[in-house]
Design a protein around this ligand. Structure first.
Ligand SMILES: O=C(O)C(=O)C[C@H](O)[C@H](O)COP(=O)(O)O
Length: 206
């Protein structure tokens, strides 16, 4: 999947599902239910045991329906393992130039965690495709808006503490998408996904 298509998958609905299950089976179930609810980008975190196997299964099964990525990627080695398993995008919670470099070596979309203006600029200079504001609930919407002052070109995806209730506010504040884990994956996942998408549609369809 080309980088542009990944960006489209992430921003069409504006919601990325962050999947952090205790087992492979749970991760598969939650990812499938998220996509059944309309989400088009799922991030399998590397805290899931056997995450690369989950990525391998889903990238095949969900082809044409959703982009399948890897999350909690902390180093180049993990990025390479994820890419070999078929990950179409890589997400790290922190700024790691070696992760960004590895992604670009294989032309794979890279979302990189940032929490300061300096990190945002470094991530863009290193070639990150999307900046993940993390942890978004700690930094707040004011941080996102302030960042867009000197850096209007930055593509921002707040993650951490994003809920159905605040999704539209984050998008209105200027985010191109949000990443959500706990609020999506507890209870009826497909129904939660539909509720998230109803909120993002209020902003994105205008
Ligand atoms: O390191 C990563 O891969 C992360 O994305 C960190 C968190 O798992 C997400 O920020 C989800 O956070 P919640 O939506 O608050 O559950």
């Amino acid at each position: 999947m080309e980088k542009e298509q990944v960006y489209e998958s992430i921003t069409r609905t504006g919601v990325v599902a962050v999947i952090r299950g205790e087992t492979k089976e749970e991760a598969l179930r939650v990812a499938r239910a998220s996509v059944a609810g309309g989400i088009e980008a799922v991030e399998i975190t590397f805290t899931v045991p056997g995450a690369e196997e989950v990525i391998r299964v889903l990238s095949d099964e969900l082809a044409g329906k959703a982009a399948v990525g890897a999350g909690s990627v902390l180093d180049a080695e993990t990025a390479r393992i994820a890419i070999l398993a078929g990950a179409q995008f890589i997400v790290s919670p922190c700024l790691s130039e070696e992760v960004i470099r590895t992604c670009n070596r294989y032309r794979v979309f890279c979302a990189c965690g940032i929490m300061t203006v300096t990190e945002a600029v470094r991530a863009m200079e290193a070639g990150a495709d999307l900046l993940k504001i993390f942890p978004a609930d700690t930094l707040g919407m004011g941080f996102l808006k302030a960042l867009h002052g000197p850096l209007p070109q930055a593509k921002l995806m707040p993650t951490g503490g994003v809920t159905v209730e605040n999704t539209a506010d984050w998008l209105r504040a200027g985010a191109v998408a949000v990443g959500t884990g706990g609020s999506l994956t507890k209870g009826d996942v497909s129904e939660n996904a539909r509720r998230f998408l109803a909120e993002s549609a209020k902003v994105l369809k205008k």
